[in-house]
Design a protein around this ligand. Structure first.
Ligand SMILES: [Zn+2]
Length: 256
């Protein structure tokens, strides 16, 4: 298993940590990693945190329209996630991302934690030929204690379904972390859908495996991505960040 877990500094930008290095002597993981690296160096690395924030913003606006009172409360208790996979289509590899959330009513398991819901939504929307899960972003850290209608913890479950992936999150799965997460959800629900004109969260740059194969680094070379300004506004306004920087360098190393 080559899993890498990263806590991000912001909910709105920075989900650009690469895939972890493949474990030694694992040909399948190596094949997936090489295909992912090739794709990212041609098409850019997608900021999964920013994509997740856009997904929350869009869903909250959509659900608010359905509520006659116009109350902006939907989604404050629903956790959002984005899953990235490598798939094979038309004789080529491609990397795709899909968002999901924990209160998704069509999930086969019912209302479960966001990463499970996101992965099941992604699998149904992508429609087969998935080779591997490469990266995941989830607002709350994967749980290490079992939720009511799940037969295992998300941490255990992810180790099975995404054994060689980078898992990013913004809030710890503790009482304090959950309180911080809800407070930010409430603040965000009052904001208009400001990501709506942004069509891509991809960042150009260069991802590479270190010589000793122990870590993967990514260095961005384009600071003009359209979503950066939106992310900066939200970081300042909702997270009260004093030093607002959209990261353009990130790394992944396998968890010990
Ligand atoms: Zn969970």
């Amino acid at each position: 298993m080559g899993r890498c877990t990263v806590r991000l500094g912001s909910r709105f930008a920075g989900g650009v940590h690469p895939m972890p290095p493949p474990p030694p002597n694992d040909q399948q993981a190596d094949k997936v990693f090489r295909a992912w690296l090739d794709w990212v160096n041609r098409n850019g690395i997608v900021d999964l945190a920013a994509m997740c924030a856009a997904s929350r913003s869009k869903q909250v606006a959509f659900q608010r329209q359905k509520v006659a009172s116009g109350k902006s409360t939907w989604g404050n208790g629903s956790c959002f996630a984005v899953v990235e996979v490598l798939r094979h289509r038309n004789g080529r590899w491609e990397v795709v991302q899909k968002p999901g959330w924990s209160q998704y009513e069509f999930a086969p398991e019912g209302k479960v934690h966001a990463e499970r819901s996101a992965i099941s939504q992604a699998y149904s929307e992508i429609g087969g030929n998935i080779e591997a899960v490469t990266r995941i972003y989830v607002e709350l850290a994967p749980c290490t204690r079992r939720a009511i209608n799940q037969h295992d913890t998300c941490d255990t479950w992810l180790a099975t379904i995404a054994p060689n992936a980078t898992v990013m999150y913004s809030h710890d799965y503790s009482n304090a972390g959950i309180a911080e997460w809800k407070k930010l959800n409430e603040a965000m629900a009052k904001e208009p859908e400001i990501y709506q004109f942004i069509t891509t969260f991809a960042n150009a740059g260069n991802a590479r495996l270190s010589h000793d194969g122990s870590y993967v680094s990514w260095q961005g070379d384009d600071t003009r991505a359209k979503y950066h300004e939106t992310a900066r506004i939200l970081m300042g306004l909702l997270e009260n960040q004093m030093n607002i920087v959209v990261p353009l360098a990130a790394a992944a190393r396998v968890d010990n």
